[in-house]
Design a protein around this ligand. Sequence first.
Ligand code: NAP
Length: 268
Amino acid sequence: MNLEDLFSLKGRVALVTGGSRGIGRMIVEGFLAAGIERVYITARKEDELNATADELGEKVIGIQGDISTLEGCDQLVAAICDKEDRLDILVNNAGAAWGADYTEFPEAGWDKVMDLNVKTPFFLTQKLHTLLTAAASADRPAKVINITSVDGQRVNPWETYSYQASKAALIHLTRRMAARLVKDHIYVSSIAPGAFPSNMNRVARDMEDESAKGIPSKRVGDAFDMGGSAVYLASRAGDYTIGETLTVDGGIVNAHLPTHFADPAGGR
Ligand SMILES: NC(=O)c1ccc[n+]([C@@H]2O[C@H](COP(=O)([O-])OP(=O)(O)OC[C@H]3O[C@@H](n4cnc5c(N)ncnc54)[C@H](OP(=O)(O)O)[C@@H]3O)[C@@H](O)[C@H]2O)c1
């Protein structure tokens, strides 16, 4: 077994939605380190998108657009189809959050989050089915990686009702889509990030030390954690991991002792 071949993405073409910054950009950096042939990134803000594509080099190509609507997804698919006849890896990463007091939580904050976080990954993957199928074989399956969240795995105290529901929905949708697409040699899985510094997670970005206190490993996540996990799932190394959600969170979900159990002698 050769370690380089195991994790290599040589000769593969990927699309990472929301690749202009944050977690999407970390994934692109991982794919580049694994030798990927080309990566398309998308975002609404063209300046930031182009700046990221320029910074990361000629293998990274920006396609500007809003993918929160089916029309936006169609435009993105048309732009990819113009340039490629196959797609090896799709990362459904673009996402939105909304926080508001329960009694005032607005419909706009429900629809915006559910549309981008649940509806878009389903329909974008459906619309890219022909291109993914063209890349997929039993020896080298195509991959779809949905970026979910630990907030879909356990209740968090923030009043982000639609966000938490959307991520739980996407974790289950990952399994259901995996069950359908496995026969086409398209393997669907998900990564559930914990706290990664980004525009969305400003607490992890601007109060890193404070955030780290609540994480069992005592640090927030970085590009190595996210890039490494995405490369694993996208490459040969991840070919037997299907429908699974890989939790990448420094232990928040699976290695966190509830405070009332933290002291083994507690309560006695
Ligand atoms: N950071 C964390 O701690 C964390 C934890 C768990 C899960 N996640 C998940 O990770 C994913 C990425 O989040 P992030 O923290 O990296 O957030 P971020 O920094 O806000 O990045 C979001 C990306 O998505 C793009 N985007 C947003 N709305 C879009 C739309 N309608 N159409 C096209 N592109 C759009 C953004 O670019 P434009 O604004 O220019 O469109 C940007 O590239 C999300 O699904 C999020 O739920 C993040």
